[in-house]
Design a protein around this ligand. Sequence first.
Ligand code: F0G
Length: 364
Amino acid sequence: MAIDQSGVWRFRDVFPILDDANKAVTLREGNTPLYDLPRNAKALGLDFLLAKHQGMNPTGSFKDCGMTSALSVARERGFEWVACASTGNTSAAMAAYAARAGLRSIVFIPEGKIAWGKLSQSMDYGALTVQLRTDFDGCVRVLTDLVKRFPIYLLNSVNPYRLEGQKTPAFEIAEQLDWQVPEHIVVPGGNLANSAALGKGFLEMHHLGLINKVPVISVIQAQGANPLYRWFTDSNRIMKPVEANTRATAIRIGNPASWRKSAAIIEKLGGWCEQVSEQEIALAKAQIGAEGIGCEPASAVTLAGLKKLVAAGRVQPEERVVLILTGHTLKDSAYTIDYHRDELFTDAERAQLSPEQAAEHAAL
Ligand code: F0G
């Protein structure tokens, strides 16, 4: 049966959201690999560093896990149209699952601010693809207005059924480690739903008695798109949206919808929110690539952030760490080529590097 080949629907007992789970819209998502990163572990002085590669999903990102669940609900409820605003991966996933289900889809993306690979996907899968002259946050505003006026099912990450599917990689990680969960999970933070979903998954497993402890979950943001980091470091704890800017376009988000849920998970599980610079992201991405794994820039913030957590003594050498790599390296090949041709950064940015940092880049 198709759903038994889906890593998400294997766990359907923990998210009974459909009247008939056999009618789920699936592309055999989930069941993604957990790779080890021995060279990066060694460089960090860690015994154990793993990467859960969510980029190995059918459309190349973790979004497929939440899209199979939410799109299935949309179809069961009889919607003909679905829509989302996106920095590229949600739209790719939604377009694919909508096509599979025979539904029409509308995508709003910020013009010129998403990677070509992602834009091409939503066109390939037949979505009505609209580039707006605004940023991601502006796209969300336009879409919110549209779904109020038309019978369109909204598939942004505020959709609760997406979180249900997106929590299943937590179950997979536990299963892949024989239910001995790691001490740390490190997740990139953009709109901040993924960290919340994974936290929900681990907490539910603990509640069910499947695991005997819950990992610490830490969220890493790009320095140029860091509203949650700022919230954690603000003594008054006021959330102020930022004008987001980062080459890691997937997480170029200044006003994240799910920040409260993510902050609650970080605090409950005793984790941290860190920020990393553009140079740190690029270096970490190349270091993941150099182990034969690869990922998109937004995913590489995890390794860059882990370096800071280790340096601050927040991760101990014997503790086991799993990085969540959210997207495939081919999503944004232009970034990779620019980096390795030494064309990604301006001279002014390069001048900011210390000699040690410059040597690390040069070694790759
Ligand atoms: N990594 C990748 C590759 C992403 O595409 C995203 C989000 C994130 C990390 C951040 O996850 O939003 O749950 O904190 N991409 C969304 C999109 C916003 O539209 O594709 P988050």
